[in-house]
Write a protein that binds this ligand. Structure first.
Ligand code: NDP
Length: 322
């Protein structure tokens, strides 16, 4: 495993990390979750990602119990939470000072840790002034409850505003953004956020690197069954996989399979290594429902050096979205 700095911060984060969305407390048992986390940790993963919204907090409870049982030294792992969707009542959602602080306390309890290494604003909140959120996050850092705070799916403009406010008011600015990034979803990371890597030293922990499984090739011949699109509450994802756009994407995945073959690798490894090839990605957040998936994914780092300019150009020609 290689480690990268989280933006301009001094924090070292494993280039492949592991998240709990969809799987923990929903698709898989706690025993499987523990197996997956252990395989990842043993492979050098030091960052485990979570959110108050994942399985309505139950994903954090499961992760907290696993961290406790495994007893890993606190300086060997990073754990995150994200605040935004905490419940249906008015102050259980969004980025008000009240919800940001209360959600942090609740995540600390569920994850059974004294501090969150990373704490993200899961989405922008149009109903809260950015200054209120920056101040709440900055206070949590000052209190030692959060080490680094960041955003997820915030526009470059909003991240810049947060930095300006932090600068003017001598508060702690956001260190990282968590955007979606994969072969089919490139524009925000490669274009919109691009200036911020230089100007504010933004780090990125990117999500859905395999486009929820579309890039693994498992959907090339239709629904294989037993995947996340068969889950209750994920009908929206199944519908996304059945659109005309998805069919175009699957045709591209079939061509990418040939590239993977020629490199002597698999589609999941190619998809992850392609994300790792981007130096502005601090960590690629992987997800998995089975041990064999984690084992396969953890080898993706070895492939990066085989992604020469020629291979990248071949991939770009297939994707048509460079
Ligand atoms: P991916 O796009 O990589 O999808 C992961 C899923 O793909 C797995 O659960 C599995 O699904 C399938 N898969 C993974 N590896 C393999 C393999 N080797 N072979 C076959 N199938 C494989 O990532 P996620 O969408 O899971 O996102 C990763 C993490 O990013 C999340 O856990 C979360 O921490 C974070 N995230 C953050 C968001 C945000 O808004 N900030 C939004 C979404 C995610 P299956 O069970 O179907 O086989």
């Amino acid at each position: 495993m290689k480690y990268r700095r989280l933006g301009k911060s001094g924090l070292q984060v494993s280039e492949l990390s592991f998240g709990a969305w969809v799987t923990f407390a929903q698709q898989i048992t706690e025993k499987t979750a523990e197996k997956l986390m252990t395989i990842a940790y043993d492979a050098g993963v030091n960052f485990f990602d979570n959110a108050e919204a994942y399985a309505n907090g139950r994903a954090e409870i499961v992760m907290g119990r696993i961290l406790k049982r495994q007893g890993w030294a606190r300086d060997t792992f990073l754990v995150s939470s994200k605040v935004f969707w905490g419940g249906d009542l008015p102050n259980q959602e969004g980025l008000s000072r009240k919800h940001v602080i209360e959600a942090c306390h609740a995540a600390l309890r569920r994850l059974r840790v004294d501090y969150l290494d990373l704490y993200f604003c899961h989405r922008p909140d149009a109903n809260t002034p950015i200054e209120e959120t920056v101040r709440a996050m900055s206070d949590l850092v000052a209190q030692g409850k959060v080490l680094y705070w960041g955003t997820s799916e915030w526009s470059a403009l909003a991240i810049t505003a947060a930095h300006r406010i932090a600068w003017e008011l001598r508060l702690v600015p956001p260190t990282m953004e968590q955007p979606q990034y994969n072969m089919f979803h490139r524009e925000r990371v490669e274009k919109e956020l691009y200036p911020l890597y230089e100007t504010v030293g933004l780090g990125t922990t990117i999500w859905s690197p395999l486009a929820s499984g579309l890039l693994t090739g498992k959907y090339n011949d239709g629904d294989p069954g037993g995947t996340r699109i068969s889950l209750k509450n994920y009908e929206w994802l199944r519908e996304q996989f059945e659109t005309a756009e998805a069919r175009k994407r699957l045709a591209k995945v079939k061509k990418l399979a040939k590239v993977a073959d020629d490199l002597g690798t698999t589609l999941p490894q190619l998809g992850l290594a392609w994300c790792l090839k981007n130096p502005h990605v601090s960590s690629v957040l992987t997800g998995a429902s089975k041990p064999k998936q984690v084992k396969e994914n953890m080898k993706a780092g070895d492939l990066v050096e085989k992604l020469t300019d020629e291979v990248m150009a071949r991939i770009d020609a297939i994707l048509g979205n460079a």
